[in-house]
Ligand binder design. Structure first.
Ligand code: KIV
Ligand code: ZN
Length: 520
């Protein structure tokens, strides 16, 4: 394969993905996802939008400082302060990229930018040139390109290439395109933009009509060589094109695409689970590639076929995406600290001594309860263990009395940040409600529970129940997660985790994220 046959994977889980309603990741969680993306060998990680908040500036900086290998990109509106903030964060990367975007559609120019076409062209040129002054690798996106007058898009692309852009990303911002039409647009860009040979064409498709992956693949067939994606297809509104679907389509159908990516596909399943855990956004069971049912066969005819020869009803080998139905390695209560560490090393976890000590204790407790521990349990133990170490409030004791004849009663003891033990008893309509009343009484941060979900980490009645909650505190949303074989315990821990994040993050400094469009 030549480089012409290579599709670069630009992952924007930490930027567009984090724009999913209700998702809020802290710096450590973003680093954890970035490390997983690095293990999966994505070519470019869009680590965030540094001008949008101090938290984003901090996390893009942290990722740029730590990761060596992938290009680290930051997003910037076409205004000088954004470009400067972006450079401030990505300049630490071994391979930094500044990604500038500016709308080209009449509807955005008229109602959002309130500027004419010449002024917008000038903004694009000037900010790309400013970014080029900082680094060689500059990407430009004409936002809402698919609803823009094509001639204006060609003109803008020509000018930003002259100003130094090396990647031209064509966004279907509102998921409006149809595959054939989008493919033709990518072909036309190559014909109509005279200096296009100086840049790589990228695409960025949203899923409002459920066509993000189809549109992206159509663009690839027509010459796009970078695809922007999110793990699990998360992102604004209906989300972005899903990384795993694009990558596995290209891998599964080389006879059709004659293309390849650099992705280590065996990391896909774990990365998907990590993103699910950290964002609190569950994957639907029938989701392609990473859904719980993707490699399950229900009908007798299918089961018979798969048992005789897997390929009768499977076009992909589950082991190729690191799916546990491939090879399941199991630890148990006889496994020592060494065995646990070796498996965690194989899974790519780099743990401090304190983290390993904590996780080993939790591992022993879990192994006592459920016998066999597989990689999915370990993933849940590691993320839970890391959270507990950081938590300011820690659950010490939870006792529940409940049943058919009386209100549920919960007695809860929590260690507060000052080290004191706080205890209370509360009643509720059920055990989770009672535990939540008690936790709220102790921690005392007023909040509203927006969402509560529980999923089994593995199969079987002894599985850990992984609880994700979303709470509103003072108009801001915080996600909390926890896993335990007792789902009332994981429920209480998940709420405590969300309130710990609220306690660490409120109040927000003022002055960030202000609208700077009106005064570029
Ligand atoms: O959807 C979009 O247009 C974007 C751009 C910033 C690339 O996310
Ligand atoms: Zn987008």
């Amino acid at each position: 394969m030549t480089t012409e046959d290579k599709i670069l994977i630009f992952d924007t889980t930490l930027r567009d993905g984090e724009q999913s309603p209700g998702v809020a990741l802290n710096v450590e969680e973003k680093l954890e996802i970035a490390r997983a993306l690095d293990r999966m060998k994505v070519d470019i990680i869009e680590a965030g939008f540094p001008a949008s908040s101090p938290g984003d500036l901090e996390s893009v900086t942290a990722i740029a400082k730590e990761l060596r290998g992938p290009v680290i990109a930051g997003l910037a509106r076409a205004v000088p302060p954004d470009v400067d903030a972006c450079w401030e964060a990505v300049r630490h990367a071994e391979r930094p990229r500044i990604h500038v975007f500016l709308s080209t559609s009449d509807i955005h120019l008229m109602h959002q930018l309130e500027k004419d076409k010449d002024r917008v062209l000038e903004m694009a040129r000037d900010t790309v040139a400013r970014a080029k002054g900082y680094c060689d690798d500059v990407e430009f996106s004409p936002m809402d390109a698919t609803r823009s007058e094509p001639e204006y898009v060609y003109r803008m692309l020509t000018e930003v290439i002259n100003a130094g852009a090396t990647t031209l990303n064509i966004p279907d911002t509102v998921g409006y395109a149809i595959p054939e039409e989008f493919g033709a647009f990518i072909r036309d860009i190559q014909e109509k933009v005279a200096n296009i040979d100086k840049a790589r064409i990228s695409i960025h498709c949203h899923n409002d009509l459920g066509l993000a992956v189809a549109n992206s693949l159509s663009a690839v067939q027509n010459g796009a060589r970078q695809v922007e994606v999110c793990v699990n297809g998360i992102g604004e509104r209906a989300g972005n094109a899903s990384l795993e679907e694009i990558v596995m389509a290209i891998k599964t159908r080389p006879d059709f695409f004659h293309l390849s990516t650099n992705i280590d596909t065996t990391q896909i399943f774990r990365t998907s689970r990590l993103v699910t855990q950290l964002t609190g956004m569950s994957v639907q069971p029938n989701k392609a590639i990473v859904g719980a049912n993707s490699f399950r066969h229900q009908s007798g005819i299918h089961q018979h076929g798969v048992t005789k020869m897997r390929q009768t009803y499977e076009i992909m080998d589950p082991a190729d995406i690191g799916h546990p139905r491939g090879t399941v390695l199991v630890l148990n209560k006889n496994s020592g600290r060494h065995g646990l560490k070796a498996r965690l090393d194989d899974l790519g976890y780099e743990l401090t001594r304190a983290e390993l000590d904590h996780i080993f204790g939790a591992f022993k407790d879990l192994a006592d309860k459920k016998g066999e521990i597989d990689d999915r349990d370990l993933d849940a133990l590691v993320s839970g263990g890391r959270r507990e170490i950081e938590d300011m409030y820690k659950l010490e004791v939870l006792q529940i009395a409940c049943g058919t004849d009386a209100d549920a009663t919960a007695t809860v003891k929590i260690v507060a940040p000052d080290g004191s033990m706080r205890e209370t008893t509360a009643t509720g309509t059920g055990p989770v409600d009672a535990a939540y009343q008690a936790v709220n009484d102790i921690i005392g941060i007023p909040n509203k529970l927006l969402e509560y979900s529980v999923n089994a980490v593995t199969e079987g009645i002894d599985a850990q129940g992984e609880v994700a909650v979303r709470v509103d505190v003072d108009g801001r949303t915080f996600v909390g997660r926890a896993a335990d074989t007792d789902i009332v315990v994981s429920s209480a821990k998940a709420l405590i985790n969300a309130l710990n994040r609220a306690a660490a993050n409120l109040p927000q400094p003022e002055g960030y994220g202000a609208d700077v469009w009106s005064n570029p």
